[in-house]
Design a protein around this ligand. Structure first.
Ligand SMILES: [Zn+2]
Length: 425
C-alpha cells in the first residue's frame, strides 16, 4: 500500500533549521500520551509552553503527518544518549504515534501498517542500521525518565521493518555514557523540573544560559509584549533573558538592557512572575538595578533583633539586602557580613536570621553544620531556590539543591563531599 504524507509544518520556533547535509542515522519511536487534535497542536509548536516537535506523526487511523523536514532538527528526544553520543536529536528522525502510552491503549493495525511503511522507507533511504532504530525509552537520560512507546509490539515491528532489508554491518558493542555526562544532564534536567520548566538541550535560550553560567532557572517560560513584538523570557538565578519570538539567536539580558520600553516591560514581567512588586523609588530596587544581585525572591520584610533594633530586608537570588529601619538609603548586602572574618554579636545575629529566612522561604531550615549549606556561603552562590532533591543515577544517588548561581550536589551518604554543577558544564 502507498501512503500520502500530509504536510503540517511546525512553527519555525519549534525546531532547529539546518542547512542540507545533516547526518541522519537513527530513528526514534515515541507515543504522544495524547490524542490527535492536541498532539498536532503541541508537536507543531503551537502550544508555546511545551517546546517539542517531531518529524512524523502517525494517527490511530494510519494517517501520516510530516511536521518537520528530515534535514532539520526536531525536538523530540530531550536529554538522550545512544552508542557513545548524547543529544540524539542532532542525527535522528522522531516518529510520534498517537497513543496514550498507558501500556493498555492499543496500537490499531492501520497505525502499525503506516508506521512500518514509513520507518521502512526511511531505513532504506538513510541506510539506518537495526541497532539505531530505537524507542524513546531506550535512549532517554537518566534511564527511566521516559517510558514511551509503552505497549508497542516492538520486537515484531523491528523484525518486519528489516524483513528483507539487506543486513548492514554488525552493531558496535553497547557503550554507556561517561558518568560525568549523564550526571550533568540529569542535574540540568532536574534543575529545570524544579522550576516547573523543561530542559531542551537544543534550545538557544538554554544553550545561552549554560554558556553564560546563568545558574538554574526559577520559573517556567514567560511571554510578554514590548516594542510591538512578542518576546519569550526565562528567569535564571544570575539574570533574566529574553528573545523575540522567532528570533532565537537574538538574546538580551535584563541587566544589560538600556533604559527604554523593553527594559521597563521586561523588568515588570520578571517581578510579576516572581510575585514581587517593583518600586522604582525604593533604595533596594535602585540598588538591584545597578548591582549584579540577581532577581528578587521575596518582598521586603521586617526583621527585629533581640536588642529590639529592627531592619528591613529583601532576598535577591545572589544577595540579600538589609537596611536599618529609618535609614532607607543605607543598603548593606548580606554578602558583606558573610565575607567578614569577625562580626559584632549584633551583626552575627542579623546574618544568621537572614540565612534562616532564606531557607524558610523554600520551606526548609538552615543548618550551619551541614557541608552543603557551608559550601553555599563559602562559594557565594546566593540564596537557595528550592529544597533538596534526590537524583537517582543507578549506582550512586545524589542530593541536589539549586542556588541563585549554581546547583550544589552531594553523593548520598557522603555528605562531606559537595560539588557544583557549573564544574561539569
Ligand atoms: Zn517520547
Amino acid at each position: 500500500m502507498e501512503y500520502t504524507i500530509i504536510q503540517y509544518p511546525a512553527l519555525p520556533s519549534a525546531y532547529t533549521a539546518q542547512k542540507p547535509g545533516r547526518r541522519i542515522d537513527m530513528i526514534v519511536l515515541h507515543a504522544t500520551g495524547g490524542v490527535k487534535t492536541g498532539d498536532l497542536w503541541t508537536l507543531s509548536g503551537r502550544d508555546r509552553t511545551h517546546l517539542v516537535s517531531c518529524h512524523y506523526y502517525i494517527t490511530k487511523l494510519g494517517e501520516i503527518y510530516q511536521l518537520v523536514q528530515d534535514k532539520d532538527i526536531a525536538w523530540h528526544a530531550g536529554v538522550s544518549f545512544w552508542q557513545g553520543e548524547s543529544d540524539c536529536n542532532r542525527f535522528s528522525l522522531g516518529v510520534e504515534l498517537e497513543n496514550l502510552n498507558t501500556g493498555r491503549d492499543p496500537y490499531p493495525q492501520a497505525q502499525l501498517d503506516a508506521a512500518r511503511w514509513l520507518v521502512r522507507t526511511k531505513v532504506q533511504q538513510y541506510r539506518i542500521p537495526r541497532a539505531r532504530l530505537v524507542r524513546h525509552a531506550d535512549i532517554a537520560q537518566p534511564p527511566g525518565r521516559k517510558t514511551d512507546p509503552r505497549g508497542f509490539p516492538w520486537e515484531s515491528f523491528v523484525a518486519q521493518v528489516y524483513a528483507d532489508v539487506a543486513p548492514g554491518p554488525p552493531p558496535p558493542p553497547p557503550s554507556t555514557p561517561p558518568t560525568e555526562e549523564v550526571l550533568r544532564t540529569a542535574l540540568l534536567d532536574a534543575a529545570y523540573r524544579r522550576a516547573r520548566h523543561v530542559y531542551h538541550p537544543d534550545w538557544a535560550l538554554h544553550q545561552y544560559a549554560i554558556r553564560e553560567r546563568l545558574g538554574p532557572p526559577i520559573v517556567p517560560l514567560l511571554r510578554f509584549r514590548a516594542e510591538n513584538r512578542d518576546w519569550v523570557a526565562e528567569i535564571y538565578g544570575v539574570d533574566a533573558i529574553c528573545s523575540p519570538v522567532g528570533g532565537w539567536q537574538d538574546i538580551r539580558r535584563l541587566s544589560q538592557l538600556p533604559d527604554g520600553e523593553l527594559k521597563r516591560a521586561f523588568r515588570q514581567e520578571v517581578y510579576r512572575a516572581l510575585g514581587v512588586a517593583y518600586h522604582a523609588d525604593w533604595a533596594f530596587h535602585q540598588y538591584a538595578d545597578r548591582n549584579p544581585i540577581g532577581v528578587p525572591l521575596s518582598e521586603s520584610f521586617r526583621l527585629t533583633l533581640s536588642s529590639g533594633e529592627s531592619y528591613s530586608a529583601q532576598i535577591f537570588s545572589l544577595d540579600t539586602l538589609i537596611s536599618p529601619t529609618g535609614q532607607w538609603n543605607t543598603v548593606i548586602p548580606l554578602s558583606q557580613l558573610l565575607a567578614a572574618s569577625q562580626l559584632a554579636p549584633r551583626d552575627a545575629e542579623l546574618r544568621d536570621a537572614l540565612l534562616q529566612r532564606q531557607y524558610q522561604r523554600i520551606g526548609a531550615k538552615y543548618h550551619p553544620e551541614w557541608a552543603m549549606h557551608q559550601a553555599a556561603i563559602r562559594w557565594q552562590v546566593g540564596a537557595p531556590l528550592s529544597n533538596q532533591e534526590r537524583i537517582e543515577m543507578g549506582r550512586v544517588d545524589y542530593v541536589a539543591q539549586s542556588y541563585g548561581r549554581d546547583v550544589l550536589y552531594s553523593p548520598e551518604g557522603d555528605w562531606g563531599i559537595v560539588k557544583r554543577l557549573s564544574e561539569l558544564l
